[in-house]
Design a protein around this ligand. Sequence first.
Ligand code: FAD
Length: 405
Amino acid sequence: MTERDIIIIGAGPAGSTAARLLKQHDVNVTLVDRASFPRDKTCGDGLTPRAVGMLEKLGVIETFSETGKRIENARVVAPNSTGILDVPMPAPRKTPPYLYTIPRLTLDDALLQHAIADGVEFLDQFNVTEVNIDADAATVIGKHNGDPVELTAKAVVLAVGANMKLLKTLGFGPADKHIVLAARRYYKNVSGLSGNYEFRFDGVPLPGYGWVFPLAEDGMANVGVGMFPKADGSPLPMSSRQAFDQFVANPAVAEMLADADPVGPVRGFPIRSDFLRSKTHSDRLLLIGEAIGLVNPLTGEGIDYAMESAEIATHHLLRALSDNEFSKASFAAYDAELREKYGWLFKFCETVLNKALNKTALNTLVTVAKWKPNLKELFSDIVLGTGDFETPVTRRQILKEALWG
Ligand SMILES: Cc1cc2nc3c(=O)[nH]c(=O)nc-3n(C[C@H](O)[C@H](O)[C@H](O)COP(=O)(O)OP(=O)(O)OC[C@H]3O[C@@H](n4cnc5c(N)ncnc54)[C@H](O)[C@@H]3O)c2cc1C
């Protein structure tokens, strides 16, 4: 029998969080990643209050006091560019009352270094191509620094994000074509930065949105765009690069960028947000983070769910290790916990995406919500997770707030 308890594939926020939490319970854990760190990850770099809450819980928030920017407001700009809705973060409840931006180059490396400092074994330049499961062990097969390698453990955690190739090889590929395409670029010397977490629906193909997220360095911002698939499965109208070019040419954004200097190229990457239809486990295998489509279908944000699912998976792995029971049937409880926690939220966001992310609805919503603080707060609670997000919100509740709130 193998000496190693758990191998985690992928050292993004999901993998590094799970590795560290397991190590804190004296689990013999090895974390592998095909990249060398620090490595960048194409992202908007926005952390919701849920994600900030996880950083606080993990005791690492202080690490980002200089490289992160604390943000108190979200701003939504309607497709007509004139409707502007400011959404201050509500008083703290389950999560802290603020957002953060932290470049992924910094965030992911810091989370990894905390895991290593706690004793996690980390192997970089380790590209996994296969995982074999048998009665006694799980074997991870790949290349480490270019040389063929095999490692065995009692169980494996897949935290490979949107690496569709490996997921498909292992039978966990996306259940449908519901893939978001997104692209971003860094800029310095951006003028008129509001200091808010800015979501813009002007100048982008709908359903989709653009963002301008200020970073800690003065005048620096992460600017990007995401295009969401329609419910009928029709192809996206353009490439993410074309959507990005259209967004930054939009007069309001072009004005902000008129004297700005791009830092690095425009980078595009897919986002997998099909949690409602994804497979989360098998014999000796658990999946966490974006590998199970845990990215908000409405906002494209997944750092929060990546860390939260890592924590949930940790509890189930600890139980499996103590019972020496790693069957698919025993991991069904992990799936059930995820579905209970996130199912309604993802269903709700998919409904809003399909019914309300059009010009008429958004222009109206932004205007109405300005005068309806309860409606504003309800949406922030659901989408940014500032409230008691484990209690399902009904459509009747939303309608009530919209009409009478
Ligand atoms: C343009 C864009 C903007 C986004 N903006 C935001 C945002 O503002 N806020 C937010 O919360 N989320 C955002 N997201 C989503 C967010 O990036 C993901 O949800 C998040 O990174 C998921 O974390 P993870 O740990 O599950 O996976 P990842 O962060 O993708 O980490 C996966 C790791 O696995 C490694 N890996 C993959 N395959 C292999 C292999 N075969 N062998 C070894 N290692 C492997 C990779 O190198 C990587 O380090 C955005 C995504 C995109 C594309």
